[in-house]
Design a protein around this ligand. Sequence first.
Ligand code: ADP
Ligand code: MG
Length: 352
Amino acid sequence: MKLKLPDIPFLHSNDIGIDLGTANTLVYLRGHGIILNDPSVVAINQKTGQVVAVGNDAKAMLGRTPAHITAVRPLVDGVISDYEVAEEMLGYFIGKAQELSKKWARPRVVIGVPSGVTNVQIRAVREAAQSAGAKEVHIVEEPMAAAIGVKMPIHDPVGSMIMDMGGGTTDIAVISLGGVVNAQSLRLAGDKLNDDIVSYIKDEFKILIGERSAEGVKMAIGGMGRDEESPEATIRGRDLVSGLPREVVITEADIKEAIGGSVARLVETAKEVLESTPPEILADVMKRGMVMTGGGALIVGLDELLSEELSIPVYVAQDPLTCVVRGTGIILEDIETYRDVLIENEEDLPPQ
Ligand code: ADP
Ligand code: MG
């Protein structure tokens, strides 16, 4: 049998854009496109300290590892919670990009980080990428990268509003003239919704389910829709009374109830952003609406609910999970044009 190699033509560089998400890491290779899309998970053998698996292979191990192997998500709530593991993971992805591009020079790297990260965290990301082999590291805030990825006119004197809802954080930002006019980063996103579902099912049905099962029903059912035909899903867990496995059928009404509180907080935060947006820019946003990106944009019915609550049009970006990395790619292809949106040193950040 012939070995199938990834079909990447000759390229002039191995410069890459990275969306270092709490849930997923995506890599864009300059001149080519997205080459990697893997969960941000690293499995480590605690006895030897060695990395056993990264990405998809490591995610499959979450909650299923023997005692001496731990599957770690190095980014929790949008910040690097485990520096060494994050560095290992970045090194793995940078190495993979070099392998796929068949270029071994040290790459130039553009990395998206959640808005509102501290100077210390920015430095940590920069250093992790450098020790992982990057020659130059450019940092961009994720909502800005997402806005660039969906081709919003970020350099124009007009307000563009974006909500990027990932696994750990939801970033809401209003952008004009290449700068973030107003933004909030909320540590509430897909992971919290999964937790909400786990707690709800525990309280309501006395069944303990795993986080991944919760994520499964969230994706299958959505939760905020108003369809006549209410979708359902079967979920398996451990009966808290008998200790034995049991199945229950979950409806959309259950999910709506489970995640309702978190969704209300999301709405409140978006309202706060609008309330503190200057009037001219607010007028632009009312007319042009808000674009949703990230995995959270796929929650059924969330766009409609937000549109109703905020009284502005709300759109779901095409292919919302790849907006940030596509944005880093656009920056990489033309770094001079986007120099103003990059955080080149820690002074570019507002005081915290
Ligand atoms: P991050 O940027 O933090 O890595 P992503 O933008 O990749 O996050 O989004 C991951 C989150 O989106 C996860 O919490 C996942 O459960 C959620 N998600 C992905 N697809 C769907 C879907 N179809 N419906 C609801 N949530 C989804
Ligand atoms: Mg993201």
